[in-house]
Ligand binder design. Structure first.
Ligand code: GLN
Length: 551
């Protein structure tokens, strides 16, 4: 922890889904635009040790960092909005905190003392916050959940104490609330904000700045009223107005004076903000003049949050082409025969099969791949999407009847995707072993891996380089026993681990754009730096749509 490290704690009131993660990310972006180095941490009140094994239907996407941490999807916002390097210390849950304290107690570290929420749990929380404070000017800590939840109390107590420990001039509390416009009354209502702040003050935290989520700009009299009742400065009442694009949030906050207020309150001197890149981004977003429709054929299609990074990466991929990307989510479980497949996919400009777990809807995904391959529709398969592409190719091009992934059919005569029981991990320089019964959370290939690209392939063309690094989260791998056979049938292995053992990217010849990757490129795409594979996939979809090859 540097001597002058400043801390901003963001909390949320009234109800969930007000966009606390985005607000925290946007604050990070604004501070970076003033030349400050920031990091953002999420403290999640739930008891799961990490989100890795949580159901995507309930929890949304699991975001993976370079160091292989399986984290809350808000870390995706943080990375897309800032330059911060995030890792396992940027996300703590109640479960993780308790796990550490209980393990320590079992080891006898507390010498038989009574272990209590205060101080043991709160101390552990404060230590966890300090873990990310090296080499940054400002640490932004987002507290998950809503004020009033029982679960978040230890975190709130810890951040209350933090001000005492770090000094009042180094700590700022920002509270996000809702100011609804009630149509029948024709009025903006401040009561929910008042109640939420009262609740926060009752646990000893007096917010310095209020971000008021609303559908219209707050007039001065409303700001004055909120300021009076909530005991904050009038210019610390910030309108967090709904915007058409999430990437406009930093600009809206800036216009409301948020970054000025933050640096004033924290007593930091900075240069004036350089917001031109954000302005240029919004201009580009507002000027998109072409469009494509991409079918996303997956399992978690009811909950849009499950594919958060994917949706963003597809959107980013359209930007260099000035192209708006419409998404058509298709539940692969519904693709029960070829006719339905054709009906659902006819007219789309690209087909993407995202990552996933579990066997439901697998045959539907395989049908979607076949449709893309046979009709020369641009296809992008990510992780499980690459697996199904390999199954389809093996069955229908290479003639391997019954080919499958051992994840879904243990008895398949041709396990083209299988559990590699032993392999040399070049990142950690260790031999990795997996076994069929190994602990669900512990046997995945997780985090950043280097990949070498083959010349003159779609992948090499997209990246413009021969060596890349991408993030993984999977158990199953391409089976090298089938490598030669599939290559003879026209498969191109365009990316492998540096020693060539692990197949990371596959393509097929004689198709405008057909690519599967074992990693998750969506985690590394940013609005100002769209991921090359998404960029080229959307480019191919746009060419497809222009060629009017629609079926
Ligand atoms: N279920 C597959 C595996 O574990 C793919 C995982 C994924 O798509 N992330 O290998």
């Amino acid at each position: 922890m540097g001597d002058t490290t400043k801390y901003i704690f963001t909390t949320g009131g009234v109800l969930s889904s007000l966009g606390k993660g985005l607000a925290s990310a946007a604050i990070g972006a604004l501070l970076e635009s003033r030349g400050l180095r920031v990091t953002i941490q999420k403290l999640d009140p739930y008891i799961n040790v990490d989100p890795g094994t949580m159901n995507p239907f309930q929890h949304g996407e699991v975001f993976v960092t370079d160091d292989g941490a399986e984290t809350d999807l808000d870390l995706g916002h943080y990375e897309r909005f800032t330059q911060a390097k995030l890792g396992k210390n940027n996300n703590f849950t109640t479960g993780k905190i308790y796990h550490t304290v209980i393990s320590r107690e079992r080891r006898g570290d507390y010498l038989g003392g009574t272990i209590q929420v205060i101080p043991h749990i709160t101390d552990e929380i404060k230590d966890s916050i300090r873990l990310v404070a090296d080499d940054v000017d400002v640490v932004i800590v987002e507290i998950g959940g809503t004020i009033g939840d029982i679960e978040s109390l230890p975190f709130l107590e810890a951040i209350r104490q933090f001000k005492v420990d770090a000094g009042p001039e180094n700590v700022l509390y920002i509270h996000l609330t809702l100011v609804p416009y009630i149509v029948t009354a024709g009025e903006l209502k401040t009561k929910p904000t008042q109640h939420s702040v009262k609740e926060l003050r009752s646990i000893g935290i007096a917010p310095d700045i209020l971000l008021c989520r609303t559908d219209r700009y707050l007039p001065t009299d409303i700001k004055k009223k909120i300021a009076l009742f909530c005991d904050v400065d009038v210019d610390a009442v910030i309108t967090a107005k709904d915007v058409p694009s999430i990437y406009e949030v930093p600009l809206v906050f800036h216009r409301e004076g948020l970054d000025d207020k933050i640096i004033e309150k924290l007593n930091i001197w900075t240069r004036a903000p350089l917001l031109d890149p954000w302005k240029a981004l919004i201009e580009r977003i507002n000027g998109l003049d072409s469009e494509v429709t991409i079918a996303v054929v997956g399992k978690y299609v009811q909950l849009i949050e499950s594919y958060k990074s994917l949706n963003e990466a597809l959107f980013h991929g359209g930007l260099p082409h000035n192209c708006k990307v419409h998404l058509k989510f298709i539940d692969s479980g519904e693709i029960t025969d070829r006719e339905i497949c054709r009906d659902l996919l006819a007219g789309v400009d690209g087909i993407l099969v995202p990552g996933g777990f579990g066997s439901r809807g697998i045959e539907g995904k395989i049908r979607a791949v076949r449709f893309a391959r046979e009709n020369r529709v641009p296809f992008f398969g990510i992780c499980l999407g690459m697996h199904v592409a390999m199954i389809e190719f093996s069955r229908h091009v290479a003639g391997l009847t019954g080919a499958h992934s051992a994840e879904f059919d243990k008895e398949t005569p041709h396990p083209v995707i299988f559990l590699m029981l032993e392999w040399y991990d070049e990142q950690t320089r260790t031999v990795q072993k997996r076994d069929v019964d190994s602990d669900k959370g512990g046997s995945m290939r997780l985090g950043a891996y280097t990949c070498h690209l083959k010349k003159d392939t779609l992948a090499a063309h997209a990246y413009g380089s021969s060596e890349i690094s991408e993030r993984h989260r999977h158990r199953y791998e391409f089976n090298n026993d089938y490598r030669q056979l599939l290559e003879d049938a026209g498969l191109i292995i365009s990316g492998t681990s540096p020693n060539g053992e692990l197949v990371e990217i596959t393509e097929i010849a004689d198709h405008p754009w057909f690519l599967g990757c074992q990693f998750h490129p969506e985690f590394k795409s940013r609005p100002m730096d769209p991921h090359p594979l998404f960029r080229d996939f959307i480019g191919a979809a746009l060419a497809f749509s222009r060629n009017k090859q629609k079926i």
